[in-house]
Every structure is written in C-alpha cells, then in structure tokens.
Design a protein around this ligand. Sequence first.
Ligand code: TMP
Length: 412
Amino acid sequence: MRERTACGTCKARSLSPFLDLGMQPPANALLGPRELEREESRFPLVLGHCGSCGLIQLLHSVSPELLFRNYVYFSSVSGSMSKHFAAYAQEVADRFVPPGGLVVELGSNDGVLLRNLLGRPLRVLGVDPAENVAEVARERGVPTIASFFGERLADEIRAQHGAASVILANNVFAHVENLEDVMRGVDRLLDERGVFVLEVPYVVDFLGHLEFDTVYHEHLYYFGVRPLMTLFGRLGFEVFEVQRKSVHGGTIRVHVRRAGQGAPKGRPIDGSVAELAALEEEEGASDPARLLRFAGDVAALREKLCSLIGELHRDKRRVVGYGAAAKGNVLLNYCGLGPDRIEYLVDATPAKQGLFSPGMRIPIKGPDLGGDRPDYVLLLAWNHSAEIMEKEQAYRQAGGRFIVPIPRVEVV
Ligand code: TMP
C-alpha cells in the first residue's frame, strides 16, 4: 500500500480528503472456506480531490498484482452488460475500423466486447492481467494476452500485429495508477489516424446518485471529461466526442485521437465535449463544498440503512443480499453489516458461489430466492436492478421485498 501524494493526472501535490470509508479489504477478494482462519489485509479507503485540477481520487493505492492477477469479475454474467458491449462493438467497428484493421482492448475481461467482432473482416486482440479470465476469453475464440498493458507490451504487439485502428479501454482506465505509461503504450500502438475509446463511470452520476459504494481500491479515479481533457492534452491527444451511457450507474464513453486532426483535415470536435465539461462545472464536480455535502449524505444513508436493517432484525425478519459485487462488499463493510444481519448473499457467478464476502465474511450462494423465501433482499447490485427484478418476479409476487440502498434507501 502506498499513500498517494500527487494527482494522477495533473501531478499537483494538493490532494485533500473528503470521505473516509474506513479500513477495508480489497472489495473483490472473496475468501475460500480455508481462508477464514486467516486475518485479511485491510487498507485505508479514503477519497480525496485535487485542489488544482479537481479530479476525485483515492488517497492510497494497493498493488495491482494483488488486485488484478486472479480476478473474480466476469463481465458476461450480466445480460445488460453483454447487450451494452455488443452494441458498442458494432458501433466502433462500423465507424472506425477499416477492413483488416486491428482492434485491441485493454482490460478485455472474458471477451465480452471483442467476441462480438469475431465474424467481421477485422482482427481482434485482448489484453488482461488476469490469467483465469483471459483463459475464458481464449476459449471463446478471443485471442488474449494475460499481462498488464504499458509501453513495452505495446511495442511487442505492434511488432507482431502492426498498428491498431482502435484501442479500447472499458472500466479499466480508472484502475491504473500510471496513466502516462498506458498512454505512452497507446501512442506506440495506435495508428496515426486511429481512435482510442474508453468508458469510465461518470463523476456527475457518481455524485448525483450517491454512488459511494463504487469507491474501492481498484477505482483510483472518478473521472469527468475535464480532467481527461487535461491529461490527454498534456500527452498530445484530444477528446473529440463523448457519449453518456446508463451502465454501471452512469458512464461516459470518451473518444480520443491524436491532437490536431480537426477541421479542415478531419472531423471537428463534437459539441458533446464542451457540453459535458460545462455540466461538470455546474454540478460542482470539483467544488469542495459540494464534495463535503456528498460525504454528509453518505453518512446519513448509512444511518438510515443500518436502522432499517436493525429493526428488521429485531422483528426476526430474514434478510439476504443480492450480488456479491465489489460495490456490495464496500457497502456492507462501511455499514458494518455482517452475517448476523445479512444471512447470505446470492450471486449468479459460479466462481463466487461457496466463497465468503471480504471483511464481513457472509457466505455466497447461487440465487434461489423462490426456494428459500427470505423476507427481504438487500439489492447490493443496484446497477442491475431492472434485470434482477425481472428475474425475481415470482419471489416478489409471493410477498418478497427488496431493499434498494442507492441512491436512497427504499423498500420495494
Ligand atoms: P457489477 O455491479 O460489478 O456488475 O456486479 C454485479 C454482480 O451481481 C456480479 O457478481 C454478478 C451478479 N449478478 C447476479 O447475481 N444476478 C444478475 O442477474 C446480475 C445482472 C448480476
């Protein structure tokens, strides 16, 4: 663990804290039954912001080897994410990839996006540090290198496959401490007229919907368009289009190219860039007073949720959790909700079943709400609400209730 003293994008040494979520274990480090005997590593989970460029970021970083080498998150488990990535793949291929072109994805996970391009007259290559996840992608026909991406790997890929027409990075850019190394790699590998497209959770949604549980050690940065423009601008790139998407509680898809390709040579910079930069200003995404209000709202949410679940406990109601997602583990640890309050968690990911949640050590099972009939289900994977509610219609019709914690505590 390392304390961070300089901003990840502008390098100013003016980071200050505004939200302390306590000492927490890595949110995806699920425990096997034998690991329960051991003490877990815990690290500070403190969110701060840069007094110079305003970027919200963690004030401590945990080794990427520890966080990402053996990963339990498989993107294809959720139907909505699979659909999202299928449409995303088609759009990018249609707009930016010439016949025979190369598409490289950083943090390609189980091939959830790239597999949609396999039938097309183009080449795909995934890069992901988690060997176990990369293997699943390969089995699906997506060639994948199990490694961290940086300048060195970019040179190797270029030597073997040539320049990339498109480089993608979805839900991974905020995970990387050394963004400059990644961007140097992008610079080496990307074709002169190539496009770098990334998706990151959007800071405006993060603040507006009180998504504090998306703060975990993997997520170093909470991006808006503004700090990304600063970073890319400094490295010879420019943002030319941004789209807002609903996945992961609100996301931006950011299109980046080498600087200076606008009119009259190429496409002008789209109005969406200035529009969203202005929205971030309006919403106070880097205003210290706004961030303190956010922290106060988070503390109030904890109080409300704990008192509701405490009451249900006193009334001898059975409560379980839905989704052994990283965000769920953050919420459970922050609220101190353990197996005495939440009997078990359900999760459709086979690799998570039979394990225990980090910190709170709640057992994880496959979903069978209809069979077991708990009284209440705390919807930890609230970002998949529509999909889960649809799957669990029968449980709800039989009188089962969901507690939705974010953006406000509600029983439905
Ligand atoms: P995520 O919020 O990081 O995408 O994680 C969601 C978790 O919820 C993941 O472990 C898969 C799980 N899940 C289910 O168990 N059932 C479902 O229907 C969906 C959509 C997700």
